[in-house]
Design a protein around this ligand. Structure first.
Ligand code: PEP
Length: 254
């Protein structure tokens, strides 16, 4: 059985005012949903304390990045232990912006996953192909390699702390979304790679990300292997984020 998750990645956006308005709104509206969705808010690290103090038990909090080291002389970095200490249940790893702008390779992703697992923080590991890779017919292989390498050190019960987010790079922040059937096909392929790796693939939540909006979320979430979404732009608008949470089909788990 898999958790159904809608996670909002604020990226480098937001303010204390947004935290107050958006978290307050989601907190007041979420109890009216009966679809078992877990809402996760992933603000810039400086706002994690503000979000956790407003969020209440029903909203989970995540961090957008952690260091690949335990602690020490790494100015500007935030550790997995700090994420846990400050109440983060989730952390993003390997977002395409981190891969493209901060040289986050699959090897670095694997190190960060190890850090998070050592602290019991759930790693949302982002994978996805570029447009050129898709057009060259390499999408499935590129994504499979990212999954195999990024999660190469995970074993046994650690899989319970892994979520994979498929985010085609060409769909992030562009307004272009994968069709729900293309997204489903990639999710099915990821699940089969996980199974080949010895993971309990049917128990691992797989999220889709890339221009998910209130009007396309329901079609994506209706697919059998899409267990939720990682939402960028639309997660900054309280009513849009709630509508996406609402788009999840009913039932406690998958
Ligand atoms: C993201 O940042 O992970 C993302 C999917 O962004 P957007 O929804 O804006 O495409």
């Amino acid at each position: 059985m898999r958790r159904k998750i809608v996670a909002g990645n604020w990226k480098m956006n937001g303010s204390r005012g947004l935290v107050e308005n958006l978290v307050g709104y989601v907190r007041s509206e979420l109890p009216s949903l009966d679809n078992g969705v877990e809402a996760v808010i992933i603000p810039p690290a400086l706002y994690i304390g503000d979000v956790t103090s407003l969020a209440g038990a029903q909203i989970a909090v995540g961090v957008q990045n952690v260091a690949r080291w335990d602690s020490g002389a790494y100015t500007g970095e935030v550790s997995a232990a700090m994420a846990r200490d400050c109440g983060c249940r989730y952390a993003l790893v390997g977002h395409s912006e981190r891969r493209q702008l901060f040289a986050e390779t699959d090897a670095v992703v694997a190190e960060k996953v190890t850090q998070l697992l050592s602290q019991g923080v759930v790693a949302i590991v982002c994978v996805g192909e570029t447009l050129a890779e898709r057009e060259a017919g390499q999408a499935e292989e590129v994504v499979a390699t990212q999954v195999r390498k990024g999660l190469g050190n995970v074993s046994g019960s650690e899989w319970q702390k892994i979520v994979v987010a498929y985010e085609p790079v060409w769909a992030i922040g562009t307004g272009k979304t994968a069709t729900s059937s293309d997204a489903q096909a990639m999710h099915q392929s990821i699940r089969s790679v996980l199974s080949d790796m010895g993971a309990p693939a049917e128990a691992i939540s797989l999220l889709y990300g890339g221009s998910v909006k209130a009007d396309n979320a329901a079609a994506l979430f209706a697919e059998p292997d899409i267990d939720g979404g990682l939402i960028g732009g639309a997660s900054l608008v309280a009513t849009d984020f709630m509508s996406i949470c609402q788009a999840m089909p009913a039932g406690p788990e998958r």
